[in-house]
Design a protein around this ligand. Sequence first.
Ligand code: ZN
Ligand code: ZN
Length: 110
Amino acid sequence: MGRKKKSILVNPEREVCALCGSQTDLEWHHVMHGTANRQIADKYGLALWLCHSCHEELHSSKETIWRDIDKGLMAYAQRKFEEKYDHAKWMQLFMKNYEFTREAALWKYI
Ligand SMILES: [Zn+2]
Ligand SMILES: [Zn+2]
């Protein structure tokens, strides 16, 4: 699937949707939104596989559940990042603290 993927969240060679476990129509999702954050996410490996349908919902759905699932992933990414680097570096890059949501547990395939 294109050039080498980098992730500190999952093994990129294990191609499954991090949410539903599907192995088809996978797309590479950057955890942090916005152009600048996307580049930082790329550099530090804050990215994972999502199937097309989960990916679409995560980016487009206005439903609270999907917003919370998205935030849950950011909280998860922050924790993994801080295990590897530290809290100060996270704040320097993203300037925001992400609290765990109950929905973080829905990321079953991380
Ligand atoms: Zn999925
Ligand atoms: Zn995405």
